[in-house]
Design a protein around this ligand. Structure first.
Ligand SMILES: Cc1cc2nc3c(=O)[nH]c(=O)nc-3n(C[C@H](O)[C@H](O)[C@H](O)COP(=O)(O)OP(=O)(O)OC[C@H]3O[C@@H](n4cnc5c(N)ncnc54)[C@H](O)[C@@H]3O)c2cc1C
Length: 499
C-alpha cells in the first residue's frame, strides 16, 4: 500500500568507498553521473575536451566560441545580455528529471512559448498562397473548418451509417460544427478564430474578420504537405506548458558544473580508452601534453561519431554499434536585431514561424519581451537542409538567413546587426545533433551499449528513448550510476528504481 516515490528520488543504499570513476565528457550526462556518484562516496574525474562544460547544453552570448571542422574558430559578438540557445531551448512539462535538477540546483525557469497562433507559415513556391506570410491561426482554422465540413457532409449523406446511430450522428455533427466553425448549412465560414483583417476597437470599430483562404489554395501551395503542416500540440514533447532556464539553457550546465568542479578537467581530450583486467586506462592530451589516468571504472559519454575515431580495445559488438548508430545533421543561426520588430510590428511574442525552404523554422525569443534588441533564431533546420546550410561559409549562412528571412520580415534589412551560426554535425567534439535510430539499429546495435564492455560503461542521450532531449542525458546518467553502484556494492539495482 506504499505510495510510489516521485520519479526523481534517487536514494541508493551503500557506499562507493572512494572507488575511482573516470568520466569521459563533461556534458549533462557526464556531470550528472559525477554529481550522483560523488554523493554515493565515489571519487570522480571528468575529462572534458572543450574549455567549457555542458556539451550540447550551450547558449551563445558575447564571447562564445565554436570550432567546426575545416573552418576557423569563430567568436560571437552579441550585445551583453542577449543570447540564443544553440542546443536545447525547450523543456517539456513532463521531463520530470530535467525539472528536478533545475529545482535541486537552484536554476530558475520560465515559460517557453512554443505555440503561437500569431506566428506565420511561409510556403515558397508557385501556389496561390505561396510567397505570402500567413498567420498560423488562419491556416489551422481554415484547414480544420474545411475538414470538418467535408466530414460533416459525408456523414450527412449517410456514408457512416453503419458505424453510428441516428443520435450519435447528430452529436458528431454538432461536434463538427463546433470544431470547424461550420454554419447551419454545414459550411465553413471564416470567424474571429482565424483573426481580423481590421482589429475591433472603440466607438464604431466592430472589426472586420478576414476572408478564409480556399482549401484548394492550401493544397496547391503545399501548406498541407505532411512534412510542412505543423501543429506543435500534436507532438507530445512540444505540448505546452514548456519551460526554459532563465538567462540561457546553459544555466543548467553551469549549475551542475559548480557541483562537480573539483572533479572536472577542462581542455582534456581523450585519445585512448583501454579496458584492463583490473580497471581502465585513459589517455588524454591537454595544453601541457599527453597524460594517462587509471581508474576502477569508466563512464564514456562521448557522442558516438566522435568516439568512433578514438583508439580503444572495445569488443567487436561494441565497436560495430559505435560505428553503425547514426546522428542527424542540424544547425541554427542567431541573428541580432536592433529592434524587436516581430513584437512591435507583427505582434509575435515567442513561438515559431514555419517555412518550406531551407530556413525550416524561425524561433522568436521567449525572454525580454518588449525589450529593445533581440536575437531571433533565423533558421533551425535538419537533415538535407541542415547539410546544405552547413556546407556554406559563415558569411553565406548569414546571407541565406537574411535573404529568406526578409521574405517574411522585410524589417531584416533595416534592423539586422550580426549573426553566429552553429552546424552541429560539423562541430568538433559532437559531429552530430543527436542519435537517430532506425528499427534495425535500435534492435541490433543499441543493446550492445546498454551493458558495460569490461570496465567501461556508456551513457548519454544516445542511450535512451529520449533522443534529442536533456532528459535523455539525465535518465541515462542515473541508469549508469545505478548499474555501477549495484556492481560495486553487490546489489541488484535496476533503474528506474522508483517508477
Ligand atoms: C540543436 C539541438 C537542439 C536541442 N534541443 C533540445 C531541447 O529543446 N530540449 C532538450 O531537452 N534537449 C534538446 N537537445 C538535446 C540535448 O542538448 C542533449 O540531449 C544533451 O545535452 C546531451 O547531453 P550528453 O551529455 O549526452 O552529450 P553532450 O552534451 O554532447 O556531452 C558530451 C561531451 O563529451 C565531450 N567530448 C567529446 N569528445 C571528447 C573527447 N575526445 N574527450 C573528452 N571529452 C569529449 C563533449 O565536448 C561534450 O561536452 C538539443 C540538442 C541540439 C544539438
Amino acid at each position: 500500500m506504499l505510495k510510489s516515490a516521485p520519479a526523481y528520488s534517487f536514494d541508493l543504499p551503500g557506499s562507493g568507498n572512494g572507488k575511482h570513476i573516470i568520466i569521459l565528457g563533461g556534458g549533462l550526462a557526464g556531470m550528472a553521473s559525477a554529481y550522483e556518484l560523488t554523493k554515493l562516496g565515489y571519487k570522480c574525474t571528468i575529462l572534458e575536451a572543450r574549455d567549457r562544460a555542458g556539451g550540447r547544453c550551450w547558449s551563445v552570448r558575447n564571447g562564445s566560441t565554436n570550432q567546426e571542422t575545416g573552418r576557423p574558430a569563430i567568436t560571437a559578438k552579441f550585445d551583453d545580455g542577449l543570447y540564443f540557445n544553440a542546443g536545447p531551448s525547450r523543456i517539456p512539462h513532463h521531463h520530470e528529471l530535467t525539472l528536478h535538477y533545475c529545482k535541486e540546483l537552484g536554476v530558475p525557469i520560465q515559460v517557453y512559448n512554443n505555440v503561437n497562433e500569431g506566428a506565420y507559415y511561409f510556403a515558397e513556391g508557385k501556389g496561390p498562397l505561396s510567397n505570402k506570410k500567413i498567420r498560423a491561426r488562419e491556416v489551422h482554422n481554415d484547414v480544420r473548418g474545411y475538414m470538418a465540413e467535408l466530414l460533416s457532409k459525408s456523414i450527412d449523406n449517410g456514408a457512416l451509417d453503419a458505424a453510428l446511430t441516428k443520435e450519435d450522428t447528430q452529436k458528431v455533427l454538432e461536434y463538427l460544427a463546433a470544431e470547424g466553425g461550420l454554419d447551419i448549412d454545414k459550411l465553413y465560414k471564416a470567424s474571429a478564430r482565424r483573426g481580423y483583417a481590421e482589429s475591433p476597437g472603440a466607438g464604431n470599430l466592430p472589426g472586420k474578420i478576414g476572408e478564409a483562404h480556399k482549401l484548394a489554395d492550401f493544397i496547391q501551395s503545399g501548406l498541407l504537405d505532411p512534412d510542412f503542416y505543423n501543429v506543435a500540440e500534436y507532438t507530445y514533447e512540444l505540448q505546452m506548458t514548456m519551460f526554459q532556464a532563465v538567462g540561457g539553457m546553459d544555466m543548467i550546465a553551469k549549475a551542475l558544473q559548480k557541483q562537480v568542479s573539483a572533479s572536472l578537467k577542462l581542455g582534456a581530450e581523450v585519445t585512448n580508452i583501454t579496458n584492463l583486467s583490473e580497471g581502465v586506462r585513459v589517455t588524454y592530451k591537454d595544453a601541457v601534453g599527453e597524460h594517462q589516468l587509471q581508474g576502477d571504472i569508466c563512464i564514456c559519454t562521448i557522442p558516438l561519431p566522435v568516439l568512433s575515431n578514438i583508439n580503444n580495445n572495445f569488443s567487436g559488438e561494441v565497436s560495430r554499434a559505435i560505428d553503425y548508430i547514426t546522428y542527424n545533421q542540424t544547425g541554427k543561426i542567431g541573428l541580432q536585431f536592433k529592434r524587436r520588430f516581430w513584437e512591435e510590428d507583427d505582434h509575435i511574442y515567442g513561438g515559431i514561424t514555419h517555412t518550406n525552404n531551407d530556413l525550416t523554422q524561425i524561433f522568436y525569443p521567449s525572454y525580454d519581451y518588449l525589450g529593445k534588441k533581440g536575437i531571433l533564431i533565423g533558421y533551425y533546420n535538419f537533415n538535407e537542409k541542415a547539410q546544405r546550410t552547413g556546407e556554406l561559409s559563415y558569411a553565406d549562412r548569414e546571407k541565406l538567413a537574411l535573404e529568406k528571412g526578409r521574405l517574411i520580415h522585410p524589417q531584416y534589412d533595416a534592423e539586422f546587426e550580426r549573426s553566429f551560426s552553429v552546424s552541429w554535425h560539423k562541430t568538433r567534439y559532437n559531429m552530430g545533433g543527436w542519435a537517430v535510430y532506425s528499427g534495425e539499429t535500435r534492435k541490433n546495435q543499441y543493446p550492445a551499449l546498454l551493458k558495460p564492455d569490461g570496465n567501461v560503461y556508456f551513457a548519454g542521450e544516445h542511450l535512451t528513448y529520449l533522443n534529442a532531449w536533456m532528459a535523455g542525458a539525465f535518465e541515462s546518467a542515473r541508469s549508469v550510476v545505478s548499474s555501477i553502484h549495484g556492481r560495486v556494492t553487490g546489489q541488484q539495482l535496476v533503474y528506474p528504481t522508483t517508477k
